[in-house]
Design a protein. Structure first.
Length: 374
């Protein structure tokens, strides 16, 4: 478990720092961190404290100060998890940039930072007491909303007003997530309701639940550095990137899954997804068992962030490791394409979110899709 430092942890952290680093910030400095609004510390605890990180954050730049894992627990992924947690905790509060310094001979730490996308920006010659150089690393953080909204932006007309944004899709006019209002505040709510009183349905995205709607989707946006994700299930099935050799079979698989929403909807939805693949707007992946497609995921990438969208495995093949195998393949694919982070949206009332959290995804935002009508 990762949590913020408490006063009762300080002696254990000092012991940990001395054991892992050969020196410590000291009890006074750690106590000051607890009361300094610009500083935070986090510990990784499993019966006892095994890892620790301290940071400072000014609202724009996060600086990694001290960071260590006990010697007996290194190479177990603990460092990745703590670093991931500390960065994302500031990222969701506006962090755009992360900086740190590391000894030039600390190859394990350097490998970790570079796997998260950090780049060297400066070298301080003979910086440490033993005259070892210090390498200054930086990681610029891109806005995850750019990729999260990529599908909608590709296919919807977007009209922005003072109090709301209106999304509409002239082709898939019956798809809730392509035809909705995103509220900036609720001052315009009655105006929107009145304007849509004769429509077959009304869908609104808001940051709170509003009375008067038939259905509510409680959605959470989750994000992680790709290298921090830890998916342990066995390898089963075979994963393939959607291309010309399997695109027709993929179309049929997506169509059959969407038929429960109606034939017309299923056709439009399948056409749209496959055309995105053909036009290089998205990347699709399928997983097969005995040469039969049993799972699919639709993905996007912008800058160095990828999005996992429309991820599902047929009911009879769930809880057997196929989903984990598919996601592992996709993670490695995007790492090789230069991505460092992944984002997805999960239903807060459904069980997959617990699986995503177990893998290492961290909640970064919450919103509600409110619907009434068909």
């Amino acid at each position: 478990m990762i949590r913020e430092l408490k006063e009762s942890d300080i002696k254990s952290v000092v012991e940990l720092e001395n054991e892992a680093l050969g020196e410590s910030l000291g009890e006074n400095m750690l106590t000051d961190i607890l009361t300094n609004p610009l500083m935070k510390s986090y510990v990784y605890e499993d019966n006892k404290i095994l890892g620790y990180i301290s940071v400072s954050f000014d609202g724009y730049t996060l600086e990694i100060l001290n960071f260590c894992v006990s010697s007996n627990n290194q190479n177990k992924g603990i460092g990745k998890k703590i670093l991931n947690y500390a960065i994302i905790d500031s990222y969701k509060n506006g962090c755009k940039n992360v900086v740190l310094d590391v000894r030039s001979d600390n190859l394990k730490a350097i490998h970790l930072y570079e796997s998260f996308g950090f780049k060297i920006i400066h070298t301080r010659k003979k910086y440490y007491k033993d005259l070892c150089d210090a390498l200054i690393y930086e990681k610029k953080l891109n806005d995850y909303n750019i990729v999260l909204n990529k599908e909608v932006n590709n296919h919807c007309k977007i009209e922005e007003y003072e109090d709301y944004i209106k999304y509409s899709d002239s082709i898939q006019f019956d798809k809730y997530y392509h035809n909705f209002y995103k509220l900036k505040n609720d001052k315009c709510l009655n105006e929107i309701i009145e304007a849509n009183k004769d429509k077959s349905f009304l869908c609104i995205e808001a940051d709170k639940i509003i009375d008067g709607f038939d259905e509510i989707d409680d959605n959470i946006e989750m994000i992680s550095f790709l290298k921090a994700l830890d998916i342990k299930n066995k390898e089963v099935g075979n994963v393939f990137l959607v291309d010309e050799s399997n695109i027709d079979d993929t179309y049929n698989f997506i169509f059959e899954d969407a038929k429960k929403y109606g034939i017309e909807y299923a056709k439009k939805n399948s056409d749209r997804i496959i055309n995105d693949f053909k036009n290089n707007l998205a990347y699709g992946f399928i997983i097969k068992d005995n040469n039969k497609i049993i799972g699919f995921i639709n993905t996007y990438m912008e800058n160095d962030i990828c999005q996992f969208e429309d991820f599902f495995v047929l009911d009879e093949f769930q809880r057997m490791g196929y989903g984990s195998t598919l996601i592992r393949y996709v993670i490695n694919y995007f790492i090789n394409k230069g991505a460092y982070m992944a984002v997805l949206t999960a239903d807060n009332d459904d069980t997959p979110k617990d699986m995503y959290k177990k893998w290492g995804f961290i909640e970064i935002n919450r919103s509600f899709f409110l619907r009434r009508g068909e």
